[in-house]
Design a binder for this molecule. Structure first.
Ligand code: BES
Ligand code: ZN
Length: 641
């Protein structure tokens, strides 16, 4: 180490001790906070991150991590390359949670490592603990050696017996703020960076990432290298390790899955390439080179997650007939809305999810036609109006959320998705689709690889679209959509003739004019069935359930959307013949969209609470932390129980 550097570092270290107010006799290395903290670190400009990213920000990172499938840890180091817009700002604050920090060093231009002074601040619930690193002048490269703890919320580790391959599996889920549980970083969507990664795994497993460099066959070394040339925010960091195979579906597209799923997955998603082309034709070039899917084990807590270049997908969308591809259209659409143009904070989540739900509907319309798109629109509208009605308070139904919401997870209700979608649809309707599409395309170009707020979008909308159509819509109306609760009374509900006919059939059956077997099953798509089943909620009894089951074998349905609604009916009506299937379902599937309503309904029923609690205890080890937390809430169990 050069002498001058050492002196400078010592001085900085001393300063750190003075600033932090916690007594230790070492100026470098770990310094624990005193119990009351004395902690000057507030959250940063993004209320859900401690990062002071306006002063210093990550622009590139290098990960070197080993996945220990037995101990459930990712361990190694990350090297952060920093931009320092404010060179006088002498600390770097990173977000961490469920991480063991071992060492923090500065990396000198010559490659030497110099110990830096650091400490962990007080824990703030799911926001975790800030890692405060004293940053001497001129340091632009910092290395953190660390390991994730087995309970790291953003990772799920599955044992051999919990996968179809019989080999262990691990996957990440970083959105909204769980990247900090497997990498110490500035965990805010406002910061974007590129990265390289070297991931070491047992030789019989393969690692993949939301990055370039995914291999198509397992290698013998167990070392996988990745490079991410497009700058992304932290919530899009993604990794998975397992016994994976690859199947090509087109020039730029393919599917990864465990061997037991790969064939079904490849056939279900054989149209993937075409969906990408539809997306491009609508809103401009696909900017991420490849688009692959990773089909996860059924414990994956979501339907899909738009990890860049590699969407993570639940196997419950594999229906055998491609009938649930709207979810793929959704994750693909995020390649524009979300991944390319990103919400700067979680209050703006509708910029990601509302735009994506709109874009998804346009892809579906191009792929399946207006009739299908019309049915999907009505299903979405029903979900929206139901949610607006059920909302506990006005704030919950605003498009732009309160930036000080405690947990960003709370941002993800149906409102940003569906209200956002119908807002954009309303604008398109007002100005005409051609102009709206031109606007949206230029929006994606203009803000490509940027993180923006609702207000930035609002200004752009005003200057690029509203001003020239002032006779058709006003900024007051726009603001009502953006900032007021509920739905504006000038909002337009979508219609579907197909569903009007379903409603007529349902009524005839409920009025006993026809038998269950007379329902026109052959003419009905999944969407018609979904509408039929949802609209019979509260109107069935065990006899009617049995009649439907005998005619259409619903308890044995391989379509999880249909099966889920059916099982909700089974709980409501205590339909015993479906209970074994329900048990099997809960033990197999950890998708929170299904498990949470099922456990909630069981808990509220007069017969199912105890039964569900017992099933949950057996299912728990196969669930993701997120599904555990939600299920325990549904069942009224002590968290962690
Ligand atoms: N970005 C979300 C996944 C997500 C949701 C992450 C909430 C963190 C918190 C993803 O794009 C999504 O919306 N998935 C939906 C499917 C979609 C078709 C509505 C899902 O998982 O159900
Ligand atoms: Zn989404």
């Amino acid at each position: 180490m050069k002498k001058t550097t050492r002196i400078r570092l010592l001085a900085a270290g001393l300063l750190a001790v003075l600033l932090s107010g916690c007594g230790t006799d070492s100026v470098t290395g770990r310094q624990e906070m005193t119990a009351d903290g004395g902690d000057a670190i507030e959250v940063g400009t993004d209320p859900h991150s401690h990062a002071e990213f306006e002063k210093v920000r990550i622009h590139h990172m290098r990960l070197d991590l080993t996945a220990d499938m037995d101990r459930h840890t990712l361990a190694g180091h990350v090297i952060l390359d920093l931009e320092r817009p404010d060179p006088a700002h002498n600390r770097l604050v990173l977000d961490t949670r469920h991480l063991d920090i071992e060492d923090v060093t500065a990396v000198e231009a010559g490659g030497d490592f110099i110990p830096l002074s650091w400490r962990l601040g007080t824990s703030r619930g799911t926001l975790g603990r800030p890692l405060v690193i004293v940053l001497p002048e001129d340091v632009t490269r910092v290395r953190v050696d660390y390991a994730s703890q087995p309970e790291a919320y953003g990772l799920q580790w599955l044992e051999d017996e919990q996968t179809s391959s019989g080999k262990p599996f691990m996957f990440s889920q970083s959105e909204p703020h769980y990247a900090r549980t497997w990498v110490p970083l500035q965990d805010t969507p406002a910061v974007r960076y590129t990265f390289d990664a070297k991931i070491r795994v047992p030789a019989d497993l393969m690692a993949v990432m939301g990055a370039a460099g995914n291999e198509t066959v397992r290698n013998d070394s167990g070392v996988y290298e990745f490079h991410m040339p497009q700058a992304i925010p932290s919530y899009l960091m993604a990794i998975a390790v397992g016994d994976l195979e690859f199947a090509r579906t087109g020039a730029r597209t393919g599917v990864y899955a465990e061997p037991g799923w790969i064939e079904r997955a490849a056939s279900e998603f054989h149209q993937l390439e075409k969906l990408v082309e539809i997306g491009e034709n609508l809103y401009g070039p696909y900017r991420w080179e490849r688009y692959d899917l990773l089909v996860l084990p059924p414990s994956f807590p979501f339907g899909g997650m738009e990890n860049p270049r590699l969407s993570f997908i639940t196997p419950t969308v594999i229906a055998g007939d491609g009938s649930l591809l709207d979810l793929i259209a959704h994750e693909l659409a995020h390649s524009w809305s979300g991944n390319l143009v990103t919400n700067a904070a979680w209050r703006d989540i509708w910029l990601n999810e509302g735009f994506t739900t709109y874009f998804e509907s346009r892809i579906m319309e191009r792929h399946y036609g207006e009739r299908v798109a019309g049915m999907l629109a009505v299903l979405d509208w029903q979900r929206l109006t139901a949610e607006v009605e059920a909302a506990k308070n006005d704030d919950a139904t605003r498009l732009v959320l309160d930036e000080n919401m405690e947990d960003p997870e709370g941002a993800f209700s149906g409102i940003p998705y569906a209200k956002g979608r119908f807002f954009l649809e309303w604008v398109a309707d007002r100005v005409g689709r051609a102009d709206f599409d031109r606007f949206l395309r230029s929006y994606f170009d203009h803000f490509a690889f940027q993180s923006i707020s609702t207000e930035t979008f609002r200004d752009y909308l005003q200057t690029q679209l509203v001003n020239e159509h002032a006779d058709r819509l006003s900024m007051e109306q726009v603001d009502e959509w953006l900032y007021e609760p509920g739905l504006p009374d000038f909002a337009v509900a979508p219609q579907s003739d197909a569903f009007v006919r379903v409603d007529q059939w349902r009524q005839r059956w409920l009025d006993d004019e026809i038998q269950a077997a007379d329902l026109p099953n052959d003419e009905w798509s999944v969407y018609e069935w979904l509408h039929f089943l949802k609209s019979t909620q509260g109107k069935l009894d065990t006899d009617r359930m049995q009649a439907l089951d005998e005619a259409f074998d619903l308890t044995a349905s391989g379509n999880y959307e249909i099966l889920f609604v059916w099982l909700m009916h089974a709980v409501e009506n205590r339909y015993e013949p479906a209970v074994p299937r329900l048990e099997e379902f809960l033990l197999e599937v950890g998708r929170n969209k299904y498990t949470f309503p099922l456990y909630s309904a069981l808990a509220a029923s007069d017969w199912g609470h105890e039964w569900a609690t017992e099933v949950y205890r057996r299912a728990r080890s196969g669930y993701h932390s997120l599904t555990r937390t939600a299920s325990e809430r549904a069942l009224g169990l002590e968290s962690g129980g």
